[in-house]
Design a protein around this ligand. Structure first.
Ligand code: ADE
Ligand code: ZN
Length: 315
């Protein structure tokens, strides 16, 4: 089964061995980032974000990001993925400086172009990080606007959803919309229906996670009426404790309610998952088969932040 993945954090897709090797090359101390088996070690969502940022601290140059993107695309292709959208942040790639960000983007674009020739297409979504605050977000949004329409075709926000309101970032979202970037926002992973409504107020056509919409019938109706696509990451939600297990996850109920549900891995090595693993678990838990998987991939293709011809090719 060919798969489309709309929600994958590039740093969050770094295998522990990749980060360990980089740390060794750079003489960086990453004690506390790994457990005794060499897996990422963290406790809860706050611990996850801290572990993620510590691991990311060894990614220091455009060449590091290019190497990472190449490795991740190769692994995704092995999973049957034909198109991926990556969350990447100029916060980590040059500290929000536009000239530095261009260097990182050039290095990643070269790798993405090569991978496209080998059968896996990709795009980048510039990501602001909510707990870094609105001032830093504005600088990141300017990086996004300056490079819109290159490999970068989208704009989003990740990070600690409980910090402030998404609408505090309206200036950044307006800037991205004016640059014609596709808009998404992590919402309804932790912040409930209100947080999803805030993301809609920003003009998002996609919601990162959005699973807590299940708690609000009226909101589900709005999401359906507005053709909003949910970037659902079941393995992530279970690993971080949003739901106690796959059978308690609302993905099947959201899909049955007529919402545009898609499936992604979020940060696969952190959650011990892969795209194939996600599909297998949905099949064994909810009895999903070809019909359901074809439908989620159709929704993903229709919502992809790429040009119409590429979208057609994915359908
Ligand atoms: N950044 C990486 N993964 C994330 C997640 N699941 N939620 C919010 N921010 C993130
Ligand atoms: Zn995410």
């Amino acid at each position: 089964m060919k798969k489309i993945e709309l929600h994958l954090h590039l740093e969050g897709a770094a295998p522990p061995a990749f980060i360990r090797a980089l740390a060794q090359e750079k003489g960086a101390d990453l004690s506390g980032v790994f457990d005794e088996r060499g897996h990422y070690a963290y406790d809860g969502f706050k611990g996850f974000l801290a572990c993620y940022e510590a691991a990311t601290s060894v990614l220091k140059t455009p060449a590091d990001y290019a190497r990472l993107l190449g490795e991740v695309l190769e692994r995704s292709a092995e999973e049957g993925v034909i198109y991926t959208e990556f969350f990447v942040s100029p916060e980590f790639c040059g500290g929000g400086d536009v000239a530095a960000w261009r260097d990182y983007l050039a290095a990643m674009t070269e790798v993405a172009d090569k991978a496209r020739e080998q059968g896996i297409d990709s795009r980048g979504i510039v990501t602001i990080i909510r707990h870094f605050g609105a001032d830093r977000a504005r600088k990141t949004a300017l990086c996004a606007a300056e490079t819109a329409g290159t490999w970068i075709t989208g704009f989003g926000m990740g990070g600690a959803e409980q910090v402030g309101r998404a609408t505090d970032y309206a200036w950044s979202y307006d800037c991205a919309r004016e640059a014609r970037l596709g808009l998404t926002c992590h919402a309804g992973e932790w912040g409930g229906p209100t947080s999803i409504r805030d993301a809609l107020a920003l003009g998002c056509t996609r919601i990162g996670h959005g699973v807590q919409a299940i708690e609000d019938e009226g909101l589900m109706r709005d999401l359906r009426d507005k053709d909003i696509t949910l970037e659902v990451c079941p393995g992530s939600n279970v690993a971080l404790g949003v739901y106690p297990g796959c059978s308690a996850h609302p993905i099947a109920r959201l899909a049955d309610a007529g919402l545009r549900v898609t499936v992604s891995t979020d940060d696969p090595p952190f959650f011990h998952t892969t795209m194939r693993h996600e599909y297998d678990r949905l099949a064994s838990t909810f009895g999903w088969g070809d019909t359901e998987f074809r439908q989620i991939n159709r929704f993903a293709a229709e919502a992809a932040f790429c040009d119409a011809a590429t979208r057609e090719g994915l359908l």
